[in-house]
Each structure stands twice: as C-alpha cells, then as structure tokens.
Design a binder for this molecule. Structure first.
Ligand code: FE2
Ligand code: FE2
Length: 332
C-alpha cells in the first residue's frame, strides 16, 4: 500500500468516535503480554536432541510414508523430516512478517482511535511472533528457508494491495484461521518442548487477532454490495487454493529436499498418488487438519458462495465428519 499525505490528517476532523468493541479489545491485550527475548518465557535451551529423534514424529509427514522415504536410512529420514519442519516454520515466520507489515499499513489510516490502537497492538504482537519464530529457527537450524512460490505470492499480494478488506480477511481470517489449525496440530504432535511452549504462547495472541478480524469483517460486509461480495468470495477461494498448494505440494517445499541432498520428484509423485487414496494432506489420521479448520471458518463467516462451497466441499465435509466423530467419542 503506498502511503499518501492526507491533508486532513492533522486537521480537526480526522479523529472519529471510538468503537466500544475495539476499546474493550485494548483492555484484554494487557493480560496477554509476554517477552520473546526472555529465556525463562521462551526456553530454547532444553534437553532435546532433535537431530536424533526428530522435531515431529516420522508418521506425521506424508513425504516420509512414501516408498522412496522407506528406502532411506533412518538418519536420512530424520534429516529430511527436520528439514521439512524448518521449511514449514520458515513459512509461518514469513506469514508473521506479512501480518506485521499489513497491520502497520492499516494502522496509520484509521480515524477511530480505538481501532488504531488495536492495530498498533497487533503490530507489536506480530513483531514478537517474528522474534519468537526467528529465535527458535536460529536455535535449531541456524537459518531459514525462503517462502514457497504460492504462499510467497499470496503474502506479497496482501502486503501490496490497497484494499483494507483483502488485508484484514487475508491476515485475520485466512492466515490466522489456517494458523489456528496448524498450530494446534503441531503443538499436539511435536516432540520438542520448546516448540510446544512457543506455539502455546502464540496461540493466545492469534485467537485474539482472529476474533478482531471477525468483528471487523461483520461490520464491513454489512456495507458491501452483492457484486463486491461475489468478487471477494472468488478471491477468498483463490487464497484457499494458495494455502492448499503450499501445504500439500512437495514441489513447493523442494528447497527442503535440496538441503537434505535428495531429489524431490519421486517423493512428489508418490505423495500425489497417496493423496488420491486419503483425504489427509498432512499429519496423522483423525487429526486437526488446518485446511478443514480454515474452510469451516470461511463458511461460517459468509465468505463462501455456492460455487466456492462446492469447490471446498471436500474440506467442509471433513469438518462435519471430524465433529461427528468427536461427538461420538465424547458420548462414550
Ligand atoms: Fe502472529
Ligand atoms: Fe496474528
């Protein structure tokens, strides 16, 4: 978003009436402060040999369930698994940086002082997420990967667009909706106590950001024309597709294979083939699937039309099935 000088900015009519919903959010943010640089809060120096046992269990990776992976030595499988985790967490780090940039662009353009403060708080919180993930990646790997092609394109679009609606939906609903599922999944399965702790700290902030996005969106969509809504829904479906490709495509994470000294192509073929037999793109079966979480968030928020609901029906159906299974389990 290009910043333009607004002559009204220092005039008497710039500052609007604060919305009570936003001023309450400012109060709640005080209780979730934490310092990512404090070793007592984010304890990275834990007794955990990630090179020997893997940050995630091997059965978590579709890549490691292939014939090509089973033909590797145990050490090579561990190396590839950890390298894929490094790539995935680097993508999350880039998402945090995009959230920081997007919110800082939006913050200076608001006339409601409470909304401006909510966005300034989110900028600060995204900065601490950038700090926390980069500290973790430096401690475990000493480096990060570049964003995958599809995800990187989506993040650049969010940063560059002039549309506040796309910025907020892109960050607070799509990326943070997806992140809630992804963080819960990683936290549940990781063997690394430091990563578990980091995700626990961040999830509280992200839930608040997602909640802000929902409140803001409901207000914005009330004023949107039917045509504007249908364009927005097509854009949302394209954004979902970018996140889907980023998660399931081995080609997108080929940099992790390069680092592990392996050719990604046979793995890609086998993972693609396996996907035709199972609905679960990543993680363990009967699990928290970030795509299912996201598709259901989009549907609940009225961001899917008939056509988009059909395109995402696989994920919406999985969501219904997961909820049904959970209900059955808790009844027993
Ligand atoms: Fe964040
Ligand atoms: Fe966030």
């Amino acid at each position: 978003m290009c910043e333009r000088f607004d002559p009204k900015r220092f005039g008497g009519d710039w500052y609007g009436t604060p919305n009570r919903g936003y001023s309450d959010m400012v109060g709640r943010a005080v209780d979730r402060q934490w310092n990512p640089w404090n070793d007592g809060v984010l304890k990275l120096d834990v007794d955990f040999e990630f090179e020997q046992c893997g940050i995630m269990p091997q059965e978590w990776f579709p890549d490691l369930r292939t014939r090509s992976a089973l033909a590797l030595s145990e050490a090579d499988r561990l190396r590839l698994g950890n390298e894929i985790v490094c790539w995935l967490l680097s993508g999350i780090l880039h998402g945090e940086q995009a959230a920081l940039l997007t919110c800082s662009h939006l913050c200076g353009r608001q006339t409601d002082p409470a909304l401006q403060e909510v966005l300034a708080i989110q900028v600060r919180e995204e900065a601490r997420h950038v700090a926390a993930f980069s500290r973790y990646l430096t401690a475990r790997f000493g480096r990060t990967h570049a964003a995958g092609d599809a995800f990187g394109r989506f993040l650049r679009e969010l940063v560059d667009t002039d549309s506040p609606v796309k910025k907020i939906i892109g960050i607070s609903i799509i990326i943070e909706g997806f992140a809630m599922g992804a963080f819960a999944n990683l936290q549940l399965h990781t063997r690394d106590p430091a990563l578990r702790q980091l995700l626990k700290l961040i999830q509280k902030d992200e839930a608040a950001h997602h909640q802000f996005g929902i409140v803001w969106l409901d207000q914005q969509l009330r004023n949107k024309s039917v045509r504007g809504r249908s364009e927005l829904r097509s854009w949302v479906a394209r954004a979902f597709a970018a996140l889907l490709v980023n998660l399931v495509s081995v080609r997108q994470r080929r940099a992790a294979y390069d680092r592990a000294g392996l050719d990604w192509r046979p793995f890609s073929k086998e993972v693609r083939h396996a996907r035709t037999r199972t609905d679960w793109p990543m993680g363990l079966e009967d699990d928290i699937n970030p795509l299912t979480v996201l598709a259901n968030v989009l549907d609940r928020r009225g961001l899917l039309g008939k056509r988009e609901r059909l395109a995402l029906s696989q994920w919406l159906e999985l969501g219904r099935e997961t909820r049904r299974r959970r209900r059955l389990r808790s009844a027993h």
